[in-house]
Design a protein around this ligand. Structure first.
Ligand code: ARG
Length: 475
């Protein structure tokens, strides 16, 4: 067979592909990551072709064995991919035919690269979700054990990055636990729509051969087969969903990173990072930078970029397959690898960090984080909340001027801030010695004893619920 174009699809071409174009449209540089999925998918396809009689059993066996040999060559580094063969699918087929001869050319019966690439990418996606889930789990375990240790350690809680009310470090860390729990749930949900087997859709319309799609799905461990062949080859929702879940996850990692950067600063001094997770400066000898956290914060940008780029790439595509969709892979691979690496970096960083709970307690004590409790105390004594708020605010203003804490005021000084006597009642009865107990930070935190609140008892209960969610103690 002589032809002017030697590509696998070269039959109807009278000229060779332009060299520049070949480089431009070849995806082998990045889609070679899919080699294992491509080979396993092809083996399942070959077995099914043999079982349904589309090819003979001997041919199916030869294809399956040949693909194993190609896999061994690839893993040994002795197989070479070529731009000429464009993508991983045609590279594997080319290597197979070089190895086993003419039978190799039967592999692509009843299949198109369009359903093949959808299959490979879904297989990659399922494994990637599994790897990310494991990393999320490890991070959640670390957060959980730190939260348990620090369930009772008071620290300032912030709104507007201004000290608001005291919380505990355990409560703060469990907030992140909840975020990563949702991330894990989102990925589990995305998995259910990823776990759909597209092979058999052919180029777009199905195939004329009597194939058995369910057999292929069973062999490859898919939970379902796709319902519509056109959708099967043009659907990239599962990639978008995983990217979106990854992007949201990165916002959580990035916020945690931002807090770590702040906490590691001299001004906060809430955390000391292990030397193994920090770097120095080439010029300033005193520096110890939290750059692992900074990098995680920075890498969130590229994950968002992957999602945005892929959404934009998909939005104008007519059905069914379009080559634009080849652009999904670099973004998707980069996204999954970045998320995995960031999770893998955050877990030991947190586990090895030293939380300076003394500094946290001192900061909570400095920031009038007990002012709401002073107002609540006054409400308990019969004041309307608005009056109570005003009285406490007046006392805060005085303390700011005099550089004191609310608990440093005498009862007489406190009483000066009350509204005109008649309205509020007897000042002596309102501000009584029990106010000092109400202002104590431990009590302030402990009093937020509502479900999901910051009280140490609530944090411990939350930790117990979280352990259950993680499956601790279950056999
Ligand atoms: N390399 C291609 C991709 O990643 C495989 C599918 C190509 N199909 C085609 N008809 N050109 O999307």
């Amino acid at each position: 067979m002589s032809k002017a174009n030697a590509r696998l699809w070269g039959g109807r071409f009278e000229k060779e592909t332009d060299g520049l174009m070949l480089d431009f449209h070849s995806s082998i540089r990045f889609d070679q990551k899919l080699y294992l999925y491509d080979i396993r998918g092809s083996q399942a396809h070959a077995r099914m072709l043999g079982d349904t009689g589309v090819i003979s059993q001997e041919e199916a066996d030869a294809l399956i064995r040949g693909l194993d040999a190609v896999l061994a060559d690839i893993e040994a580094g002795t197989a070479s991919f070529t731009l000429d063969a464009e993508d991983i699918h045609m590279n594997v087929e080319t290597l197979l035919t070089a190895k086993i001869g003419q039978t190799g050319k039967k592999l692509h019966t009843a299949r198109s690269r369009n359903d093949q690439v959808a299959l490979d990418t879904r297989m990659y996606a399922k494994d990637a979700i599994g790897r990310i889930q494991e990393r999320i789990r490890a991070l959640m375990e670390t957060l959980l054990s730190l939260a348990e240790t620090h369930a009772g350690d008071v620290m300032p809680g912030y709104t507007h990055l201004q000290i608001a009310q005291p919380v505990t470090l355990g409560h703060h860390l469990m907030a992140y636990f909840e975020m990563f729990k949702r991330d894990s749930q989102r990925l589990r949900d995305a998995y259910s729509r990823t776990d759909v087997m597209p092979l058999g859709a052919g180029a777009l319309a199905g195939t004329t051969f009597p194939i058995d799609r369910r057999q292929v799905a069973r062999e490859l461990g898919f939970g379902a087969v796709s319902e519509n062949s056109m959708d099967a080859v043009s659907d990239r929702d599962y990639i978008l969903e995983i990217m979106a879940a990854g992007a949201i996850l990165m916002t959580h990692l990035s916020r945690l990173s931002e807090e770590i950067v702040l906490w590691a600063s001299q001004e906060w001094g809430f955390i000391r990072l292990d030397d193994a997770h920090s770097t120095g400066s080439s010029i300033m000898p005193q520096k110890k930078n939290p750059d692992v956290a900074e990098l995680i914060r920075g890498k969130s940008g590229r994950v968002f970029g992957s999602l945005m780029g892929t959404l934009a790439m998909m939005k104008g595509l007519p059905l069914a397959y379009n080559k634009d969709m080849q652009e999904d892979k670099e973004a998707f691979f980069d996204m999954t690898e970045t998320v995995e690496k960031c999770l893998a970096a955050m877990t030991p960083l947190l586990a090895a960090a030293e939380f300076r709970t003394d500094r946290m307690a001192a900061a909570a004590a400095r920031g009038f984080s007990n002012a709401t409790d002073l107002a609540d105390y006054l409400v308990g004594k019969g004041l309307a909340f608005r009056d109570a708020h005003h009285t406490a605010g007046t006392l805060v203003a005085r303390c700011v001027r005099e550089n004191r804490g609310l608990e440093d005021l005498s009862l007489a000084e406190m009483r000066e801030a009350l509204p005109p006597a008649s309205e509020a009642g007897d000042p002596e009865g309102i501000f009584a010695p029990d106010v000092y107990g109400a202002l104590k930070l431990e009590n302030v935190a402990a009093r937020r004893n509502t479900y999901g609140g910051a009280a140490p008892a609530q944090v411990r209960a939350a930790v117990e619920r979280a352990k259950k969610w993680m499956g601790h103690g279950a056999s």
